[in-house]
Design a protein around this ligand. Structure first.
Ligand code: HAM
Length: 432
């Protein structure tokens, strides 16, 4: 058997490929990213790109030493003679904050809104919607603690999802509080779980020592059962006055703008950098455990990376998960346009001439040509398979007379144009 792609990765395939589904269709990825770009850039976000590999220390300090991502799912990058200290990025936020600090982006008008899209890497147990290389669209706002920014970020997420045609999504909103609130909650959890330590999974025994809150997002069924049995109080019960006021204000804005959300008191998120507002986006078609999107505020992250204080907030959705949700809802992609013009030569000697016509047409339109001489019937069949609107067949007469007959494949209408007028004619057609 020929070499296969690594487990947990996907190829993104061209239209018409066998075994095409929405989540491996290149055009679908393009549609999601392009839709997100339109919505986010209208709100003032600018594109940012950061390296796919970063210092391991960035991921450890950013995402947090007690998270599954850092403890079990990191892809380490080696090259000859290297210190082995690079990691394929598991998410975008830490890299964006690093880039902000390193490149002096503080000088730009605050708050700075940026967005990123690209592959992320986590060595997870592979299942539907859980890949080792997946793709995110990531939106981040740096330099403001205003709850208005939180509400706008959530509202923009909902706008993106609506623009994609999804209907059955739910925003689950919570708050992780400020660090002292979190300390108090961890203390409470330690007290609750310590007497039943033996019933916890090995991972969670470890979490009990390092960061008890991480037990709550354990993927072990036994742990989840225990959590239910103990009727664990939610993080929201532990919010201090300031975090609570911030949370109330975010909700007020969302209600004012009619952005729907449910309060989820138990949201803890799987990364350590969060503070205050945190949320997830869920969809019935993808399963209750798999969020389409996660986001929240991370006001302490820049300091954790060794920089000055820079408040921040953002979200990232998994493009593959979004596509699974779109598939579950039967959302249709806009039809991809084929070439406007297809040019085929009837004799081998005129193939290069036909090619040059198609290539000159590309200054104003999509155009393809046949790479070898064709009989009219096969040229028509090929043009139709490619979804062309116009076909031109080139014989020696056309070459000698400097004319070209364009046949509209939909209406059957034929137009004779001077070859020198072809570009102007196509430009006119393209406007309709
Ligand atoms: P996250 O919740 O770890 O947050 O990931 C965000 C989204 O990425 C998830 O909701 C999911 O759709 C997708 N995702 C995560 N892991 C996988 C996987 N193994 N396979 C497929 N899709 C996956 C973050 O990454 C944060 N950086 C979000 C953020 C931005 N917070 C603030 N700003």
């Amino acid at each position: 058997m020929a070499i296969q792609r690594p487990k947990g990765t996907q190829d993104h395939l061209p239209e018409g490929s066998p075994k095409l589904s929405l989540d491996n269709r290149a055009a679908a990825f393009h549609f999601v990213r392009e839709t997100a770009r339109r919505v986010l850039e209208r709100a003032g976000a600018q594109r940012i790109d950061t390296p796919i590999f970063e210092e391991a220390e960035l991921v450890k300090r950013g995402v947090g030493g007690s998270t599954d991502i850092v403890r079990k799912e990191m892809f380490t990058v080696y090259y000859f003679g290297d210190h082995g200290g690079y990691i394929l990025r598991p998410e975008g936020t830490a890299g964006i904050v690093r880039a902000y600090l390193q490149n002096g982006l503080k000088q730009l008008p605050a708050p700075l809104k940026v967005w990123l899209t690209g592959p992320m890497f986590r060595a997870e147990n592979v299942q539907k919607g859980r890949l080792r290389q997946f793709h995110q669209v990531d939106y981040e706002v740096l330099g403001s603690t205003d709850p208005l920014v939180d509400a706008e970020a959530i509202s923009l997420l909902v706008d993106v999802v609506k623009a994609l045609g999804l209907r059955s999504v739910k925003v689950k909103l919570g708050s992780i509080g400020d660090p002292p609130d979190r300390d108090a909650y961890n203390e409470y959890l330690r007290g609750l779980f310590s007497p039943v330590r033996e019933r916890l999974s090995d991972d969670s025994k470890d979490r009990l020592e390092r960061n008890p809150m991480r037990i709550l997002d354990s993927k072990s069924e036994g742990d989840q059962q225990l959590i239910a049995e103990l009727a664990v109080k939610p993080m929201l019960d532990f919010l201090g006055a300031e975090a609570r006021a911030h949370f109330e204000q975010v909700q007020k804005y969302l209600r004012d703008w009619d952005v729907k959300f449910d309060i989820d008191p138990s949201i803890v998120r799987g990364l350590d950098y969060y503070r205050r507002t945190a949320w997830e986006l869920h969809h019935e078609g993808v399963g209750a455990k798999s969020a389409l999107c996660g986001g929240g505020r991370y006001d302490g992250l820049a300091e954790q990376l060794g920089g000055p204080a820079v408040p921040g907030i953002g979200w990232a959705f998994g493009v593959e998960r979004l596509l699974l949700a779109m598939e579950a809802e039967g959302v249709e992609l806009p039809v991809q346009e084929g070439p406007l013009l297809y040019v085929a030569a009837l004799d081998e000697e005129n193939v290069p001439y036909a090619a040059s016509l198609a290539m000159s047409a590309r200054s104003v339109a999509r155009a393809e040509f046949a790479y070898r001489a064709m009989k009219p019937a096969s040229a028509f069949r090929d043009a139709e398979r490619r979804g062309a609107h116009l076909i031109a067949l080139i014989g020696s007469n056309e070459v000698a007379q400097g004319t070209i007959t364009l046949k509209n494949l939909v209406s059957g209408e034929q137009t004779l144009v001077e070859t020198s007028d072809l570009v102007a004619f196509l430009a006119e057609q393209g406007k309709e």
